[in-house]
Design a protein around this ligand. Structure first.
Ligand SMILES: [Zn+2]
Length: 115
């Protein structure tokens, strides 16, 4: 379950930032997770809950996840299109499979709130 490791990394980042900003309680953590990032939002949520019960800093925190669609750009006709079916990358305009994935692989901490 690599979501646990991913989540640990995110929470380390928040912890360091919270310490630097004298924040003792985090109320919200917001993540952006691309649909190609291989991280399942449900598993991320679960990992967050597992880790946060052991951490005073995150005891009352909630996790919000923004899922990003997979967006591709066609090298042939430059059309941008959203890929609904994962792992099939064919241009919806011209049928070319020469496409660049320009969104959907990201996984990062958007922001967090605390006091
Ligand atoms: Zn095309």
């Amino acid at each position: 379950m690599h979501e646990l490791a991913l989540m640990q990394g995110v929470m380390e980042t928040v912890k360091e930032s919270a310490a630097a900003n004298s924040i003792s309680k985090v109320s919200k953590v917001r993540l952006v997770v691309g649909k190609l990032s291989m991280a399942l939002p449900d598993s991320m949520q679960f990992a967050f809950e597992v880790i946060s019960t052991d951490e005073e800093l995150f005891r009352s925190a909630v996790l919000e996840i923004e899922e990003k669609e997979v967006v591709c750009s066609c090298q042939q006709c430059q059309q941008l299109f959203t890929q609904q079916e994962q792992y099939i990358f064919v241009c919806s305009g011209c049928g070319s499979n020469q496409v660049d994935i320009i969104q959907g692989r990201e996984l990062y901490l958007d922001y967090y709130e605390g006091e």
